[in-house]
Ligand binder design. Structure first.
Ligand SMILES: Cc1cc2nc3c(=O)[nH]c(=O)nc-3n(C[C@H](O)[C@H](O)[C@H](O)COP(=O)(O)OP(=O)(O)OC[C@H]3O[C@@H](n4cnc5c(N)ncnc54)[C@H](O)[C@@H]3O)c2cc1C
Length: 432
């Protein structure tokens, strides 16, 4: 295990797609330290099933833009949407160059699938484990880079800052409780979503919005902490723990939602928040804890080829999706709000950047369009790396004293952090 205290050029909290993409786009002579609160491969990026969007050509621009805006209730930042869409082909080309494989037809062209809210198929996929395919390749690549150190089971508990300038972070070894200070010229917050704060969520339990609490504590601007996306279809279970997602692309490929009598009750391809509302209304009407999702209209060939993981998991739970509907229920899934950033991933604090689900650049507005988040995370993380690279030679390391005893009561601190996030979300909700 690497030592806890070490100075670096760039400190990155998070080893999901955002953290990794930033690290890989930094100069090879920049000393980069990446932290992950759990194992490096335990991130939501590994869980992404459905896919990643790509602009299919100039003729697709208006449709893609409108789909993203409509899903976001037109609260999206138009410049951010434009940037994400126009940068998508280059980002996909980079992933392919890094060895990421997407489904292709017999001629070797990309195959595209469709999800709710999309007016046409524009989603690249790798079976039903697209996130794993992308993230494991990026992680493997990062592990080959001599300038990148990944320290697992190490949590960022605060940043070191003075006069609205960030000089690194206070970190804690999750296993031993040891505390230390890491000084860095630049810091990236890429700690993912907030699902760990919810009882029912598709997210990893250790994703508790830490960067948001750190931002709130240090007076860094945050935005829309009340904008939380509920996924309409997670496998219904009485067990505690992470909820298993039934990807929206199964509905994109023809799966239908049924009430307790086996009747369809909504258009399955409407944006997520609307389908969620329809399901909840139906559950209330039927007096049930779930509705049914019938994958049989998708067809056996597509299920076996495109959704092998979902089928396996349902079999494990006692349901064969080739033969019967499965019980599904909405659960917390994604966080549209976050640490406020501009088009280059700058936060309101100097030397501090944020990217991925923990950041809010306004691209998703009030509700994320399916398969836009891996893409957005990658694009903003790369922009952060480009900005840092431009400035690295001109800034020096500063090492103000930190009082580590202030972090000794870990449990108390985490309770306070969760409370800060909840209170800010409630405040925003009532003021919106
Ligand atoms: C089940 C599921 C399916 C999904 N499917 C899709 C899909 O098909 N397409 C799509 O575009 N999006 C999908 N998403 C959303 C997408 O996966 C995420 O939005 C995206 O991966 C976020 O990437 P990230 O790098 O910001 O965060 P994550 O990948 O969640 O990584 C967060 C990292 O931060 C670390 N961390 C957390 N707190 C701390 C701390 N205090 N200190 C240090 N490290 C910390 C974690 O250990 C982890 O390494 C899905 C999400 C889920 C849960």
């Amino acid at each position: 295990m690497e030592i806890l205290e070490q100075n670096c050029d760039v400190l990155i909290a998070g080893t999901g797609v955002a953290g990794l993409c930033c690290a890989l786009n930094l100069p090879r002579d920049a000393k980069v330290l990446m932290l992950s609160k759990a194992a490096a491969d335990e991130s939501d990026s590994f869980l992404a099933q459905g896919g990643i969007c790509m602009l299919r050509g100039a003729e697709d621009y208006d449709g893609y833009f409108e789909d993203t805006m409509r899903a976001g209730h037109y609260e999206n930042n138009e410049a951010a949407v434009r940037q994400m869409i126009l940068s998508s082909p280059a980002m996909i080309a980079e992933l392919v160059a890094d060895g990421v494989q997407f489904a292709r037809d017999e001629e070797g062209n990309f195959r595209f699938t469709r999800e709710g809210g999309h007016s046409r198929p524009r989603i690249l996929f790798h079976d039903d484990i697209t996130g794993k395919e992308i993230t494991r390749k990026l992680l493997a690549l990062a592990r080959t880079r001599e300038n990148i150190v990944i320290r697992e089971y190490t949590e960022l508990v605060d940043i070191v800052c003075r006069d609205n300038e960030c000089f690194g972070g206070v970190v804690r070894d999750v296993k031993t409780g040891e505390l230390g200070t890491v000084y860095a010229k630049f810091t990236l917050l890429a700690t993912g979503g907030v699902g760990g704060l919810y009882e029912h969520s598709t997210n990893y339990r250790h994703l508790t919005g830490d960067a948001l609490a750190i931002a709130l504590k240090n007076g860094i601007e945050v935005e829309h902490l009340d904008y939380v996306q509920i996924h309409p279809t997670t496998f219904y279970s009485e067990k505690h723990g992470r909820r298993f997602l039934i990807s929206e692309s199964v509905r994109g490929e023809g799966a239908v939602l049924l009430d307790k009598n086996g009747n369809r009750f909504c258009n399955e391809l409407l944006p997520r928040d609307i389908v969620t509302g329809e399901i909840r209304a139906q559950m209330k009407k039927d007096g049930t804890k779930y509705v049914w999702l019938d994958m049989r209209p998708v067809g056996e060939k597509t299920i076996l080829e495109h959704f092998p993981t979902i089928r396996r998991r349902c079999l494990h739970e006692g349901y064969d999706v080739l033969k019967q509907p499965i019980p599904v229920v909405p659960a917390q899934h994604y966080f549209m709000g976050g640490v406020k950033v501009d088009l280059d991933a700058n936060t309101s604090m100097k030397r501090l950047y944020a990217a991925g689900e923990t950041a809010c650049n306004g691209v998703h507005g009030k509700n994320r369009l399916a398969s836009n988040s891996l893409l957005e995370s990658l694009i903003w993380a790369k922009r952060a790396a480009v900005q840092m690279t431009k400035k690295l030679a001109d800034v020096s390391l500063k090492m103000p004293q930190t009082d580590l005893s202030a972090y000794a009561d870990y449990t108390g601190m985490k309770k306070k952090y969760a409370k800060m996030i909840r209170e800010e979300a409630e405040r925003e909700e009532c003021c919106d």
